[in-house]
Design a binder for this molecule. Structure first.
Ligand code: GLN
Length: 237
């Protein structure tokens, strides 16, 4: 039994949104917390179940258009995620999950579908599918190293004044305007798969620090090596 003080990680709708190994983000958070002696409890919330309000870090992944529409409807009706965010929970939303957080996104025919409105963004269908590697330089305020991952989406995302761009793309499409992802408060949205947190452990630590405070450093030599190889394969250096 996890103790009451365990860090609660909530994976939303594994039955609807879980493409490209995005569930790996859960594993990375668990491992990076546990390697520091922070106890974790992970809650898998299927789409028929209510979203608990008392989680610390919420994760949602990418998916096809139809499950994405269903997920948005269910999250809106449920309201648990809105309440969790109002209580200060942290969140990483990827691709379809990222689009859902906004006011609107494009459905399977490109029709506008209502999002859940917790991020000031609006998505719609772009001119072409964005597929391939993505490399982006993170907003200086967050102080994170270069982001790496891959993308596969039709949607483009416009950021409103209530959010800041997470990063500026050097390779790939991201939001479609030279930027990739966004953040506001303790919510991060991104088009990155990889899974995102496996390819970018510093982003995992940012989310953890928002709920667990200062973190002890970890020996990431092996991960740094993998990141260097990955970036060199894309950037050709
Ligand atoms: N259906 C959305 C799009 O194509 C999200 C895709 C995804 O999550 N990979 O933009």
């Amino acid at each position: 039994m996890p103790s009451d003080s365990a860090l609660r990680i909530v994976w939303i709708y594994p039955d609807l949104l879980s493409t490209y190994g995005d569930q790996g983000n859960v594993l990375v958070l668990e491992q990076r917390a546990q390697r520091r002696g922070i106890e974790t409890e992970t809650i898998y919330v299927r789409s028929a179940d209510p979203v608990p309000e008392s989680g610390d870090i919420y994760l949602i992944g990418g998916g096809e258009d139809r499950p994405q529409i269903l997920a948005a409807e269910r999250l809106r009706k449920d309201g648990g995620l809105h309440r969790a965010i109002a209580r200060g929970a942290a969140m990483l939303a990827v691709c379809a999950g990222y689009q859902i957080m906004g006011s609107t996104f494009g459905g399977e025919e490109g029709q506008p579908v209502d999002g859940i409105g917790v991020l000031d963004i609006a998505s719609s269908r772009g001119p072409a599918r964005a597929v391939g590697e993505l490399v982006a330089e993170v907003d200086a305020e967050l102080g994170l190293p270069t982001l790496t991952g891959f993308e596969n989406h039709m949607g483009v995302t416009r950021l409103g004044p209530g959010v800041k761009a997470l990063s500026r793309t050097t390779v790939g499409v991201g939001n479609g305007d030279g930027f990739e992802g966004c953040y506001a408060g303790h919510i991060v949205g991104t088009y990155l798969h990889g899974p995102a947190l496996a390819r970018n452990p510093a982003l995992a630590d940012l989310l953890l620090s928002w709920r667990a405070g200062d973190l002890a450093p970890l020996d990431d030599t092996r991960y740094e090596q993998l990141r260097r190889e990955r970036l060199a394969a894309v950037l050709g250096s």
